[in-house]
Design a protein around this ligand. Structure first.
Ligand code: ADP
Ligand code: ADP
Ligand code: MG
Length: 665
């Protein structure tokens, strides 16, 4: 076994690999970019080597720097994680040339599976069932069009070198084919530097079912059953589970054996995944093979009780597979949800910023959290905005669903927008709960999954109001403690006023609506009037930002987290966002009325279109921001003067960052 390995990755997967290596007594070397100098994977590893600037192509993707880091630290093997260099055959070759072990398949197997068309040819020869379609070398548009007509519409055009759902085009009818082909080729050329395409029959209401395979260098190859990854958005996985609902023993054996045949056909070694597309009747076709450990591997670990990273390390060190096919068990049901910093209601727009609060559910035998970040860390625009993977296990699917709902309800994140509420709705939606799965589930259930923005409920507003009052009390106590006269009435926050019947207003903004709570102090309780209705409230601060609240005859436990004027209210498993509308603090205007001068999403400043000091009219373009591969022009909100630009062209900006200092006339 190795004494020391290097992990050529970041985030949760780097942390995941370190955990197993440590348990096995193997020392670990992390690599990092300048943006990740304090990242969790760097803190966990025994040593760490700086690769270069934040951009992956100058750090995590530079094979030479990684090999150099191995030599400097004496690492004997490299675990590539997923993404980055994990499916890069040239990297595997370069490691071999330096005498370093690649913890992954042989370069030849990566190459064989790297092209979807080449892979389909090989699989056809190995008698693995294929999606009907065309995967030939002749790429003349006329021939491709004829092939599509013959397959019958709808068809899917895919980039042969594709991945991550990129380049795929659905074509519903013959006359749309030429345009779709041209656009697929354009995207394929720009994303993968290769415009080779293949055409497949588009399967309606398909399920994505994949098989985990494992092979060693001694000729053994097993399958560790299936994962159902049908719940996708834009062909990207959102929720994964194992085993697949409705799977029969016979079908599992057929799919498992087909996957093993696929692996054997390319001389596979290590962990791999054979992806199939399945019809509702269970018939299935080979789609592609991912020649690496996959994001969703934990669900397989939970139902088999195996550690797949340990298996990878053993196989890479030349040892036999730990278990044979007959020895492999399946127990219970596991679900994984990908927790992302993104705004589901805005087309899953990534969100960046500091994780001011990050409180995952408690881990146990039933709940596992794989993460690369801790409270206080930053989600940057440079990498995938995944915060964590939440994995749950129970004896049955219903049991696992209940665990998932509870764990999502317990998850608390503030500082960035997350998809947690979206995931909660997803696991509660009848179609998912009833295992009525196919890749169109999210689209079909969109009314349930993306409800129109709703007003923050009364209870949350009351809790927020009590939160302000308790916080004032707490601050007043601290101030009194540190002043000469702790009994001065000026420190009291019990509503002491010259005029005893005085009421005060506490205001919040819920979206663009102003909500005002009228508060009267009544001994040790408050009388709060909101929207014409009055509630008697009492509150007591607990640990951290939690407190106990009494609202008339009900008791609740809630938390309110305050960052500047932002308030996140965690109540009964939901998170609500409000802005404190405090007339005393309106001086810092900018964001509120200077509207539009902050970055609407994380991105890069492409060009400044005006000069500092320039007088402009309303609507004058000030700057161009590139985000999510689109350009957004930021214009003057009113006639006025551009005081200064906060960023230069070429700089990255975070979501909500102020871009321009602007003074309206
Ligand atoms: P899969 O689930 O099949 O592993 P994903 O949908 O998770 O694939 O990811 C799509 C592509 O993006 C894959 O090539 C994967 O390796 C890469 N990827 C996903 N998440 C990350 C990440 N956090 N860092 C680097 N690459 C990633
Ligand atoms: P990628 O390399 O981008 O992951 P895949 O070939 O694995 O591409 O397909 C990704 C997803 O696209 C699948 O999980 C499935 O949802 C959908 N898909 C792929 N092929 C078909 C098909 N022939 N019919 C319908 N949907 C498909
Ligand atoms: Mg795929």
């Amino acid at each position: 076994m190795f004494n020391k390995i290097l992990i050529a990755n970041r985030g949760e997967i780097a942390c995941r690999v370190i955990k197993t290596a440590r348990r096995m007594g193997i020392r670990t070397v992390a690599v990092y970019s300048e943006a990740d100098a304090n990242a969790r994977h760097v803190r966990l590893a025994d040593e760490a080597v700086l690769l270069g600037p934040a951009a992956a192509r100058e750090s995590y993707l530079v094979a030479d720097k990684i090999i150099e880091a191995c030599k400097r630290t004496g690492a004997q093997a490299v675990h590539p994680g997923y993404g980055f260099l994990s499916e890069n055959a040239a990297f595997a070759d370069a490691l071999a040339a330096s005498g370093i072990t690649f913890i992954g398949p042989p370069a030849s197997a990566i190459r064989a599976m790297g092209s979807k068309s080449e892979a389909k040819k090989l699989m056809g020869n190995a008698a693995v069932p294929l999606t009907p379609g065309y995967h030939g070398d002749d790429q003349t548009p006329k021939l491709l069009h004829q092939e599509a007509d013959q397959i019958g519409y709808p068809v899917l055009i895919k980039a042969a070198a594709g991945g991550g759902g990129k380049g795929m085009r659905l074509v519903e009818q013959s006359e749309d084919f030429p345009d779709a082909l041209a656009s697929c080729k354009r995207e394929a050329a720009s994303s993968f530097g290769n415009e080779h395409v293949l055409i497949e029959k588009y399967i309606t209401r398909p399920r994505h079912i994949e098989i985990q395979v494992f092979a060693d260098t001694l000729g053994n190859c097993v399958y560790l059953f299936e994962r159902d990854c049908s719940v996708q958005r834009r062909h990207q996985k959102v929720l994964e589970e194992a085993p697949a609902p409705g799977m029969t023993l016979e079908r599992r054996r057929q799919m498992g054996e087909a996957a093993v045949a696929a692996a054997k056909a390319v001389g596979y070694v290590g962990a791999g995944t054979v992806e199939f597309i399945a019809n509702q009747d269970g018939s299935f076709y080979f789609m592609e093979m991912n020649t690496r450990l996959q994001v969703e591997h934990p669900v397989t670990e939970m139902i088999t009780g195996q550690d797949l990273v340990e298996w990878q390390l053993r196989v890479a060190a030349g040892q036999p597979l730990p278990l044979s096919q007959e020895q492999l068990p399946i127990r219970g049901h596991a679900l994984e949800a990908r927790i992302y910093a993104e705004d589901a209601s805005k087309g899953f727009l990534p969100s960046t910023g500091q994780l001011v609060r990050l409180l995952p559910p408690a881990e146990s035998l039933n709940v596992r959290v794989d993460t690369g970040v801790e409270e206080g860390d930053e989600i940057t625009p440079f990498y995938d905005p995944m915060i964590a993977k939440l994995i749950v296990w129970d004896e049955t699917r219903d049991g696992a669903l209940a665990r998932m709902r509870k764990a999502l309800a317990d998850y608390r994140v503030a500082g960035v927008t997350t998809n947690i509420d979206f995931l909660s709705r997803l696991v509660s939606c009848p179609a998912f709960a009833g295992a009525d799965l196919d890749t169109g589930l999210i689209e079909r259930q969109k009314d349930f999954l993306f409800p129109a923005a709703q007003a923050v409920p009364r209870d949350a507003l009351l809790v927020a109001t009590v939160g302000e009052l308790l916080w004032e009390q707490h601050a007043a106590k601290l101030a009194a403690k540190h002043s000469g006269d702790p009994w001065s009435p000026w420190h009291a926050r019990d509503g002491w006023r010259m005029n005893l019947s005085a009421a005060r207003m506490i205001g919040f903004r819920d979206g663009d609506k102003l909500v005002e709570a009228q508060v009267r102090y009544r001994g040790d309780q408050w009388s709060i009037t909101l929207n014409g209705e009055t509630t008697q409230a009492r509150g007591r601060k607990l640990d951290g930002d939690a407190f106990a609240v009494e609202l008339d005859d009900r008791r609740l436990i809630a938390s309110v987290l305050a960052v500047d004027d932002k308030r996140s209210i965690f109540l009964n498993g939901s998170t609500y966002s409000l802005l404190r509308d405090d007339p005393l603090h309106l001086v810092e205007a900018g964001g509120a009325q200077g509207g539009g001068l902050t970055a609407p999403m994380p991105g890069k400043v492409v060009a400044l279109l005006a000069e500092a000091g320039q007088k402009v009219d309303k609507g004058t373009p000030l700057l161009i921001l590139e985000a999510m591969k689109m350009e957004h022009t930021i214009t003057a909100p009113a006639a006025g003067v551009v005081k200064a630009f906060c960023y230069a062209a070429g700089e990255q900006v975070a979501d909500g960052a102020a871009l321009v200092e602007f003074e309206g006339e």
